[in-house]
Design a protein around this ligand. Sequence first.
Ligand SMILES: Nc1ncnc2[nH]cnc12
Length: 583
Amino acid sequence: MSVNEQRFRWRNKQLRDHADVIDGNLAPTKVLKHITYLNVFLKQWMTGNIWIFEDRIVYVGTKMPPNLEGTEIIEGDGDYAVPGYIEPHAHPFQLYNPQSLAEYAAWTGTTTVINDNLMWLFLTDKKKAFSLLEECMKLPVSMFWWGRFDFQTTLREEKQEKLEEQLPEWFTHDAIVQGGELTAWPELLYGKDDQILHWMQEVRKARKRVEGHLPGASENTLTKMKLLGLDGDHESMTADDVVKRVELGYETGVRHSSIRPDLPQIMEGLVEKDFQAFDRLMYTTDGSTPGFYKDGVIDNCIDIALKAGIPEIEAYLMATIYPARHFGLDERLGALAPGHIAHVNLLDSKDRPSPHSVLAKGEWVKKREKDVHTKVKLDWASAEIVPLSLDWSLDIEELQFSMPVGMDMVNDVIMKPYAVESNTSVEQLPETTNEAFLTLLDREGTWKVNTLLRGFTSSLGALSSSYSTTGDIILLGKSKEDMVLAFERMEEIGGGIVLVHDKKVVFEMPLAYGGMMSREPFEELMEQESVLKEKLCEYGYCFGDPVYTLFFLSSTHLPYVRITPRGLMDVKKKEVLFPAIMR
Ligand SMILES: Nc1ncnc2[nH]cnc12
């Protein structure tokens, strides 16, 4: 697949070829014959023939091509054809990687994915990241990206400056269709951060979208953020949130994710309210953890909407032409019409949005439930997304936890500060508490932050993880000896998540891409994640989403206290409660 697609253009010769198919000078590659398809512009099911030449739909209508030499004819056979679905807000690094997510998404009919660039900022530099974006064009999906304005954590000054220097070039890159998501909106609104405001205006000048991150925002905040330049927000938790955002002119993500599986009640609420403005909505799964996707990706969201009683065609349009239009990509995505990329889902019936067959960029990915996609190999190494290799070691003596404040888990992702009362000078914390030692270690080995985490486990010896917001290393557990062992094993396997109990490794998940993302196919990862959850549950982890607990430990867009590279932070006050210690 050519990189041209990303750049809005096929070459002149290709465009001439496409027109030549209409005259019969060339034969189409594939024809879907006499098929019932969704015309997203007329909002009607129609019957006709869809001609595809290579990766593009060249004709849709009642005629058959004059030239059929070598053409694959696919009989309509009572099937329904709809455009490939669009995931407008993916975080392609929740143990999976952009490739494994894309392949799984395509299998389930989601053939366009719009991705967060956050992990590239931490794992590589922009030049190498940009070459990887080009590599990603080989995948069986249309892949676009968003460019962050902030890092959703508090970095050390030198690192912050180094990373910020890289941001402007992302905003102008062809593959970037959106700025955001803006998790640092309080800094913009109350902290008067004119740098972010400037970047937002630059993104808008380039006719790209700016996505917010406004959970629970009041009308005033939503209004002011609109004035400052937001176009969209995907943080609605209720139908009322959706209506408020649409009323103020936001295009709105309606979310079904592992942390916020809200879609059924949002959709039911909208039906109850007789909501009509579906053209302002798009579904998102917002970077769910692997196991959540067992029921599908955007196909599952359509299914939920249909079951809630959303008008049938609108339920499909929210997955296709509406998100395409939001990003200004509707001349080539989100429709079965001439000029569009040949992403086609074939359904058994209109009320079963999970496709039995998928064409992505004109190639079969899935045919009658069989996987027919030829796997491509991406050159991760040239972007230096390689197994973790640390040039420093950890001494048990460094594991001293004298900090008087710890982090108390309210749920999977929300942490409150608490006053530590236990005796922390011991080698092992007793099982009578649900406290664990917690250390965040700089990936380069220069600093550390030591505190306590209450609520994660009642008994686990240790967990070590190179999977975190920033790629720094999380080490936690009851036993200092087990913590050192877990750390060493994690390093040995090139990064990942390792559990140790009673001096034995009881679980390990290698994350060979930068210590953050697994190389394994999606299905395998679902299995591994479910074993991780089971194991943690055995050791007293009582919440649902341990992967997000780890990922968000440093994320300052969440309340109330976070462990960050600068130290233990009070998020609201933006104050370092206890600074990181140099090693
Ligand atoms: N802000 C965020 N960053 C990374 N992953 C996420 N998943 C959901 N929200 C996220």
